[in-house]
Design a protein around this ligand. Structure first.
Ligand SMILES: [Zn+2]
Length: 220
C-alpha cells in the first residue's frame, strides 16, 4: 500500500481517537505498517491537528527514521516491538483513555462484559504494571504479552491495541474503553457479572459474529 493511502487512514483514525476523547492534546500515538516500514505520528502533534505528512516513515528492522527533520512519537520502541513480535500486526493504536487507565491502575483485569468485547478483541487483555513511558522498558513489557494478546492495559498510563488494519486496532482500543466504562457503571450499582468462558466460546463460534469480524478485517 502506498504511503499516501496509509497516511490518509492514519489521519482519519487519529481524528476518531480525538473525537472519542481517548487522548488529550499530543498524548497517544498510532502507526501502520507498509511492508518493512511503519508510518508513525510525529512527536508533539495532536491527533486533531495531524496532517498526512505528520505521519513519518521508520524502518521496522532498524528503527531508523527514513525522513529527516522530524522526531517520531516518544513511544516508537513500543510500536517497533509490536511489529517485530507479530507479522500479522499491521497497525498499532496507543491511547490514554481515562476509564481503561483507571481500571488498570486499580489492578483490575478487564474481562468480557458484553459480546462485542469477545468478538472484536478476540484474546485476553492483560494488565501490565506501571513502567516509565517512552522507552525500552515499556516496549519489553508490551512485547512480553502482545504475542498472544491483541490489546493490553498499561497501569497508570493507557491502552495499547494491535490489529490487521487500523480500523481493527482502533475498534479494539475503543471497545476496551467502553468495557471499562461499563465495568465502572456496573460496579457503582452492584457486583458485575462477566461472561463465562463457555458463553465467550459460544459467541466466538457464532457464524454471524465470524462473518462480521471477517468484514472488519477486510475493510479499512
Ligand atoms: Zn502513552
Amino acid at each position: 500500500m502506498k504511503y499516501e493511502t496509509i497516511r490518509r487512514d492514519l489521519v482519519r483514525f487519529g481524528r476518531r481517537i480525538a473525537d472519542k476523547d481517548l487522548v488529550v492534546g499530543a498524548g497517544g500515538n498510532i502507526s501502520a505498517r507498509s511492508r518493512d516500514v511503519m508510518l508513525i505520528k510525529a512527536s508533539g502533534v495532536a491527533f486533531e491537528e495531524a496532517k498526512p505528512e505528520d505521519y513519518i516513515p521508520v524502518s521496522i528492522a532498524t528503527g531508523e527514521l527514513l525522513e529527516k527533520g522530524r522526531r517520531p512519537s516518544s513511544e516508537l520502541p513500543m510500536h517497533l516491538a509490536c511489529y517485530r513480535t507479530r507479522e500479522d500486526v499491521r497497525a498499532v493504536v496507543h491511547t490514554h483513555s481515562p476509564y481503561a487507565t483507571g481500571v488498570a491502575s486499580a489492578g483490575v483485569t478487564l474481562r468480557p462484559i458484553f459480546p462485542d468485547f469477545v468478538a472484536v478483541i478476540d484474546s485476553e487483555v492483560p494488565t501490565l504494571p506501571f513502567v516509565t513511558p517512552c522507552g525500552e522498558e515499556l516496549a519489553e513489557a508490551v512485547c512480553s504479552v502482545i504475542g498472544k494478546a491483541n490489546a493490553a492495559l498499561l497501569s497508570n498510563h493507557g491502552v495499547v491495541a494491535v490489529g490487521e488494519n487500523l480500523k481493527e486496532a482502533f475498534y479494539r482500543a475503543f471497545i476496551i474503553e467502553e468495557a471499562a466504562r461499563a465495568l465502572v457503571a456496573g460496579t457503582v450499582l452492584g457486583k458485575v457479572r462477566f461472561l463465562s468462558d463457555e458463553e465467550a466460546a459460544r459467541i466466538r463460534g457464532l457464524e454471524k459474529v465470524q462473518y462480521r469480524m471477517n468484514v472488519l478485517k477486510k475493510r479499512k
